[in-house]
Write a protein that binds this ligand. Structure first.
Ligand code: HGY
Ligand code: MN
Ligand code: MN
Ligand code: MN
Length: 396
């Protein structure tokens, strides 16, 4: 199961993955998911937002226990972020069928579309649409770097973009969603545990900084006559690191777009995207405000105009204690609780249904990189833990 998925959308040079929403690689992943579902005799469906579901039992019965994750990736992403959760979900079902258990609640494996937001810039669009946190109009307006709108990309992939929207009826049939995910950090490595339970997801967001200067000749324009937005951008990137350290937060300008983007042209526009996260809201607010203030101060000096747009924001997610504690009880209490700065579909859905997360040890903590890795025996421990959780929730 793992091998045939692992080959999809993988770059031969870097070994990283490019599985962007509604692309050919995404379609291959979706075909893989459908094959896995149908090979197990599960009821396969695609919902109005393009999320995939594989049901054991009657989807209409209600109070379902759902597991799963996502199959898309960041640019040059790792093999485990997302796929480990989906593969482990099918493997956990196989394990339970091997145990001969009797399910008395419907169980499903889900693949939520476009969790990383790598192509259209907004993370978790599949689960946000389903939870009513993203309107159809706002989704249709999302464009990729080539100007292709999300609606066009969906249509080209054979999905009706006018069907997207909130799906309260579907969510009303789900009693619990448990997402297994590789840890994107080293907490489990430090405590020497194979599996952990999520306590919370930090508040986090994405802000777009547009620095507008004046295009000019790189070789003939006097320094005093320049309005160079790259300078303002560079100072802002340094300010982000400085302010994050002061506030005990994290901040990254991981994506930048330059116009006209010529070696010998002073840019007219530099667009930088800030990703910032912090264990508490005040720290996050402090960082973003301080970075913006530093950017404005430098923009003044450089004769550059600045616009800052908050493109997305996810408030702190405190996973529902009853379900989280139930997982702890089922797994025997010795499983550590850990917070995370990474966003997940389970975080988005936690506003609508009880959700929980299991993490599998990542010995280096590296993620969103081809170097992302989880050891086979830790992955196997994750499958058994997920199987125990599903058995405890759906077969009691
Ligand atoms: O950005 C995140 O935290 C998630 O991986 N989409
Ligand atoms: Mn990710
Ligand atoms: Mn993920
Ligand atoms: Mn994520």
């Amino acid at each position: 199961m793992w091998a045939d998925l692992a080959g999809i959308g993988r770059s031969a040079e870097s070994g990283g993955y490019r599985r962007y929403a509604w692309t050919a690689a995404d379609a291959e992943c979706r075909a893989w998911f459908r094959e896995q579902a149908e090979a197990r005799g599960l009821v396969y469906e695609v919902d109005r937002n393009g999320n995939q579901w594989a049901w054991l039992g009657d989807p209409a019965a209600g109070d379902a226990v759902v597991t799963g994750s996502h199959l898309d990736s960041v640019p040059d992403g790792g093999a485990f972020d997302g796929p480990l959760g989906v593969v482990s979900s099918f493997a956990a079902l196989d394990e339970l069928r091997g145990r001969g258990v009797t399910f008395n609640r419907p169980v499903a494996v889900a693949n939520f579309g476009d969790e990383e937001g790598a192509r259209f810039g907004l993370a978790c669009t599949g689960s946000r649409l389903t939870a009513g946190q993203l309107t159809r109009e706002a989704a249709h307006a999302l464009r990729d770097a080539d100007g292709v709108r999300l609606a066009q990309a969906m249509e080209a992939a054979g999905h009706d973009p006018d069907a997207i929207g909130p799906d309260p009826e579907r969510l009303g049939r789900i009693g619990a969603f448990v997402e297994l995910h590789i840890e994107q950090g080293r907490a489990l490595d430090l405590t020497r545990d194979r599996v952990g339970i999520a306590s919370a997801i930090w508040p986090h967001g994405r802000w777009r900084f547009d620095f507008r200067g004046e295009a000019n000749h790189a070789g003939t324009t006097r320094l005093a006559d320049r309005r160079d937005p790259m300078l303002t951008y560079a100072e802002t990137v340094l300010a982000a690191r400085r302010e994050a350290e002061l506030a005990g937060a994290v901040a990254t300008f991981g994506k930048v777009a330059v116009e006209p983007n010529g070696v010998n042209a002073i840019p007219s526009l530099v667009r930088g995207w800030l990703d910032s996260r912090a264990a508490d809201q005040d720290a996050l607010d402090t960082v973003v405000a301080a970075v913006e203030a530093a950017a404005r101060e430098r923009a003044q000096r450089d004769g550059v105009d600045l616009d800052v747009v908050r493109e997305s924001f996810t408030p702190v997610v405190e996973f529902e204690h009853a379900l989280r504690d139930e997982l702890g009880k089922i797994l025997g209490g010795a499983v550590p609780l850990l917070g995370t700065g990474a966003g997940h579909d389970a975080g988005i859905l936690s506003g609508s249904i009880p959700t929980a997360m299991l993490f599998v040890r990542n010995p280096t903590g590296v993620s969103h990189s081809p170097a992302e890795f989880a050891a086979e025996d830790d992955c196997a421990a994750g499958v058994l833990a997920l199987a125990d959780v599903l058995e405890g929730l759906a077969c009691r």
